[in-house]
Design a protein around this ligand. Structure first.
Ligand SMILES: Nc1ncnc2c1ncn2[C@@H]1O[C@H](COP(=O)(O)OP(=O)(O)O)[C@@H](O)[C@H]1O
Ligand SMILES: [Mg+2]
Length: 363
């Protein structure tokens, strides 16, 4: 008889992508094989409290105006008291206390305080293996400015950009206007550290720039201005290599926009019309091979582990990398799992593989 793996599924969190994370956790919970895993769902409330997560799939459903949420039911989950115990202290809502040994953590967290290296650091401190990237790669993947600095250094193609702080915008808006004009309208303005298109706005001319800056600066004190890239929006999934082998890239998936200005929050998660995910994307063999090579190089450039989705534009001049996501959307119908499904790796097997990679990284 094989022993089951004790897996803590971490979801929710303090970021603006709280509900997306809860929805993803629902997908993973539904796919984890109970014969293989003892699952401990650990929800993080919007206040950053750790609670025992619900076991009712309905609590995780997102769509048509419903945004799932981790609610504080009075239970508490505490991290191991030292780096040897590998045990969570779980206090139920009714006050019973028990210790739960954990083999591996799957942090399904998007955005700040989850995908940015903070939780990864916490897990390293208490010596719990975790699915996905470590501190540095997570932090780089979260910060669009430093991500682009690293990609540029690695010789990877990115759109030109200007990074502007809230202080610079307040003190010297004329310079920011000049930078946007130099990049060329229309421009996209986006928070450096957000996700799910939260705070992303398009400005077609100088008069629209102020509003776009305010939208983006509401999410972060640092924003990026980029020229609007004209091209197809195509994404690809990268999976770490086992035992130090080269990372693997899937087939590509395309975001086909029909009647939506860009791939915004509603189009991504709320079943808004005008977005279709087409996987595999129609590409020539040479185009796909080049994309796969660039994606693996991007993964390695930030030192990613486990998984990442690398998002591109295919322009007339070739591939441009938009961003890397170290914890991409991971519901069964999200692009990352869809790309692997289309590459011959079904969702439950993908999860097994990610868990194996997390444990493998420790050997
Ligand atoms: N420079 C750009 N040119 C064209 N479209 C863009 C650009 N930057 C962002 N977008 C659009 O906005 C969406 C969200 O921006 P993105 O940089 O991917 O941020 P997020 O981390 O929120 O996903 C993209 O999927 C794309 O549709
Ligand atoms: Mg994106």
């Amino acid at each position: 008889m094989t022993t089951k793996l004790a897996l803590a599924l971490l979801f929710g969190g303090r970021s603006s992508e709280h509900s997306v994370s809860v929805a993803t956790a629902g997908g993973v919970l539904g796919a984890l094989d109970p014969e293989k895993y003892d699952i401990v769902p650990v929800g993080i409330t919007r206040d950053g409290g750790y609670v025992l997560g619900s076991t009712d799939p309905a609590d995780y459903f997102m769509g048509e105006g419903r945004m799932p949420e981790v609610r504080d039911d009075g239970s508490r989950v505490e991290w191991p008291r030292d780096a040897r115990s590998h045990a969570l202290t779980v206090t139920s809502a009714s006050g019973e206390v028990r210790e739960v040994r954990i083999d591996v953590v799957f942090p399904i967290l998007h955005g700040l305080w989850g995908e940015d290296g903070t939780v990864q650091g916490l897990l390293e401190l208490v010596d719990l293996p975790a699915v996905g990237s470590g501190v540095l790669a997570s932090a780089l993947g979260m910060d669009k400015h430093f991500m682009k600095v690293v990609f540029t250094q690695a010789g990877l193609p990115v759109a030109p950009w200007a990074t502007v702080s809230r202080r610079e915008w307040a003190d010297d808006p004329a310079s920011v206007h000049a930078a946007a004009s130099a990049l060329g309208y229309p421009v996209f303005v986006k928070p450096a550290r957000a996700g799910s298109s939260v705070g992303v706005a398009k400005a077609t001319d100088a008069s629209g720039l102020a509003a776009a800056m305010e939208t983006a600066l509401a999410e972060d004190v640092k924003v990026l201005i980029e020229p609007a890239v004209v091209g197809r929006e195509i994404e690809i999934a990268v999976l770490g290599g086992a035992g130090g082998a080269k990372p693997r890239a899937s087939v590509a998936g395309e975001i086909v926009l029909t009647g939506r200005e860009f791939y915004d929050f509603e189009g991504k998660y709320l079943g808004g019309d005008g977005v279709e995910l087409q996987c595999p994307a129609v590409l020539s063999g040479a185009e796909l091979a080049e994309m796969q090579d660039l994606a693996v190089r991007a993964f390695e450039a930030i030192g990613a582990a486990g998984l990442s989705r690398v998002d591109f534009f295919l322009t007339e001049a070739g591939w441009v990398i938009n961003e890397i996501n170290t914890m991409p959307g991971f519901t069964p119908i999200s692009m990352y799992p869809k790309c692997w499904e289309a590459s011959g790796l079904p969702y439950p097997a993908l999860i097994d593989e990610l868990v194996a990679l997390a444990l493998d990284a420790r050997d």
